[in-house]
Structure formats: C-alpha cells, structure tokens
Design a protein around this ligand. Structure first.
Ligand code: MG
Length: 397
C-alpha cells in the first residue's frame, strides 16, 4: 500500500459560551482535520491544532507520498528528525493517527488493538470547568463560586462526571480558592476535584494558596507555577500531588523532572509527544519512574478525541480521568453527530480503524466559519474583553 495524497482542512466550531482563562476568551475552537489517501482507496483521518494548515503540509508532503502507511517509524523519523528545530510533533501526530486509521481499516481491526489492546472498556473524562461570559442570549455566565457550583451540577447531571477540573488563572487567587471551597462543599469525596491556574502564579502564591487548598482533598494541583524549579519548590512545601502539561511536554524533560522531584502526575498528550505509540511509551516511562499519568486536552473535535480514547483504553498507568473540552462544543464534524458520554465516560469504537468518518456538510459549514473567523487578527485566542491588554507576567500574582 502507498500513500498518494495528504491534505488538511481547518474548521471552527462554536462553543456554548465564551470561556475565560489566562490566554484569552475563545467563543469556539479551531482544529485542522488531516486526511491521508492511499492507492488502495483507504483514507485515514487525523486531527491537530488549527495552525497546521494545508500549507504546513507542503514541507513534508514529498517525504510521505509513496510511503507505506505501515512504515510508521520511518515516517516518524523523516518528519521529526530533520534538524534541531524541526521535531514538529503537532504535524507528526495527525499523520501518525491517519496511518493507524488506515492500518486498522486495511486489516479490519480497531486502532486500540494495534496499540496492544484494551486494559479498560470505558475511559473516564473530567468535567472541564471554566469561568465563562454569557452567551449571545445572555445565558451561561459563570463568575461567582455559586454560579460555578450551579454550572457543575448541570454538567454532572447531564453527563455523569465524577472528576471535576477547575481552570483558574483568571481572577484573584482568593476568588478561585473560594470557588474550590464551594465545589468541595457541594461535591463530596466521591468526586475527584482538580485545579489548574495555568502556571501563572508566583511560586510563593502557589505555596500560600496550596497550603489552604491542601484541606480540600484535591486529586492534584495542576501547574500552579511555571517551570520545573518552581514546581519542585511548590512540591517540597505543599503536601499535595502536582500535575503538569506545561513544564513537561516532551520526553527530554522527563529526566530533569524526575531528578528534581518536581512532578507526581504527567498529563500525557498524543500531540505533544508525537503520536499514539509515543503516548504509550510515555505511559511506560512514567510507570518506570513512579509517576502517575493523566491526559491533557487541547480542544479536540471528534476525530482527535476518538484517537485519545483509543490510546487511553490501552494505557495501564493512566489512572486519572482524561481531560476534554468536548462538552463545551455545540456540534462536531463527524458523521452521526457528537460523541456521547455515559456515566462520565466514553469508549473507543470497535469498527476498523478509529471507527469515525467526516460529515461533509458539517465540514463545509465549519470550514466557512473558520474562513470568516480567520480574518480577525486575534483569531486564535481572542483577548478577554475585561482585560484586553492583559498578559501573564511571571509571577502574575
Ligand atoms: Mg493544564
């Protein structure tokens, strides 16, 4: 089998209400869908961050066209080892996903079986809780601790989540601490509660607030401060598991993180680490070093989330519910509509490959929305209107 073509389409899907976090306030998510075609009429799907476009693929098109999609190690090396600045994980990962989708379709097996087989039937997901602005009809604002509790109750009732993650880094740390207090007050110890200020606090703030948070049984404290030195400092002072998807985002950073005693939970990411197979390797390496594993979310659509579910179902050391922004989205670009939650979990499909296909009407609709959206200079992350010129200075608080 040979790869005959590779293409990318970038799409924008609106969300229920504008989310607030330290990078800005998006009212929708942008992703790129990758398709790889072969000479056996099998097409594979991948997905990646929205700044990888058809033009980005031009740099690697000649490397993979004519290649056998089963030759993944060769494809990986050709894309990611072409120079010291060209690791290109966000380009490599969707190519790898699409090749696995092709492999599964070619041999009639789901991708999870190509990755070693399932160790769990269902993959738990967390409720990703954001402070939000109201939507166009004036509904959906989440600012106060009381509003966050009401919003979370809705999500728990609707989707069955038992892991709750609050995204902070928006308000004064005391306000965000009070939100955790209110959430814990409402949701007892049967609910896992995690908190992520997006690495914008000074280590001293992270220690001070961490000392208070310690009494609220957090599953973990995610990226309270920026960098391995600060994380090691916080971890040495606050008796709570620390997680990261910001200080460790590639294999090379694992060694220093372990040597410095900076992290308890590595939040894996099939994009950052260059694909599904390397996410499996990460799981094994974390086990070796006595670290637990979770999974970061970068606003995946149905193809990307499906890829996450396939690999997550095969990772023995993945002990924390995976993160996902999915419940904020109003629609998806896969056939059959949005993936469904059951008791806060999802399962990979059993059809060959990933088991998902594109809804071309939705692709066209949301590609058009992206083109309109792209005309704005701040299309990637619109600034938060209540602090338009704000940017995180480390330390911010
Ligand atoms: Mg994070």
């Amino acid at each position: 089998m040979k790869i005959t073509n590779v293409k990318a389409r970038t799409v924008f899907i609106p969300i229920e209400a504008p989310l607030r976090h330290s990078y800005g306030s998006p009212n929708g998510f942008v992703r790129s869908i990758i398709e790889i075609e072969t000479d056996e009429d099998i097409t594979g799907l991948g997905e990646t961050f929205g700044w990888i476009t058809d033009a980005s693929l031009a740099t690697i098109r000649d490397l993979i066209i004519g290649e056998d999609p089963f030759n993944l190690e060769k494809i990986r090396v050709q894309i990611s080892q072409r120079g010291y600045l060209s690791r290109q994980p966000l380009l490599l990962a969707p190519i790898e996903f699409a090749c696995y989708d092709i492999q599964g379709k070619a041999i009639g097996k789901p991708v999870y079986q190509l990755l070693g087989g399932k160790v769990r039937e269902r993959v738990p997901l967390s409720a990703y809780l954001f402070y939000r602005y109201p939507d166009a009809s004036g509904e959906g604002e989440v600012t106060t601790p009381e509003q966050m509790v009401a919003h979370t109750k809705d999500l728990v009732q609707k989707y069955g989540f038992s892991a709750l993650k609050l995204k902070g880094g928006v308000f004064d740390p005391e306000h965000e601490f009070q939100t955790i207090v209110a959430l814990r007050d409402q949701f007892g110890p049967e609910y896992k509660l995690r908190f992520d200020p997006n690495a914008i606090w000074a280590p001293s703030t992270a220690i001070r607030i961490g000392e208070k948070l310690r009494h609220y049984d957090l599953e973990y404290y995610e990226d309270p401060a920026w960098g391995l030195n600060a994380m090691a400092n916080v971890r040495s002072r606050v008796a709570m598991p620390l997680a990261t998807n910001m200080s460790v985002i590639e294999f090379e950073q694992l060694g220093p993180a372990v040597a410095m005693g900076a992290i308890d939970v590595i939040l894996s990411d099939p994009w950052y680490y260059g694909g599904l197979l390397h996410t499996k390797y990460l799981d094994m390496m974390c086990k070796t070093f006595g670290l637990a594993v979770g999974m970061h979310s970068g606003t995946e659509f149905g193809v990307g989330l499906t890829a996450m579910l396939h690999v997550a179902s095969t990772m023995p050391n993945l002990v924390h519910a995976i993160d996902s922004h999915y419940h904020h989205m109003v629609d998806d670009i896969i056939e059959g509509g949005k993936l469904q939650y059951k008791d806060g979990c999802m399962a990979p499909r059993d059809e060959p490959g990933f088991g998902v296909s594109l809804d071309e009407d939705k692709m066209n609709k949301y590609e058009e929305l992206f083109k309109k959206r792209q005309q704005a200079a701040d299309w990637w992350y619109p600034p938060d209107p209540q602090r338009p010129k704000w940017f995180p200075i480390v330390p911010s608080w």
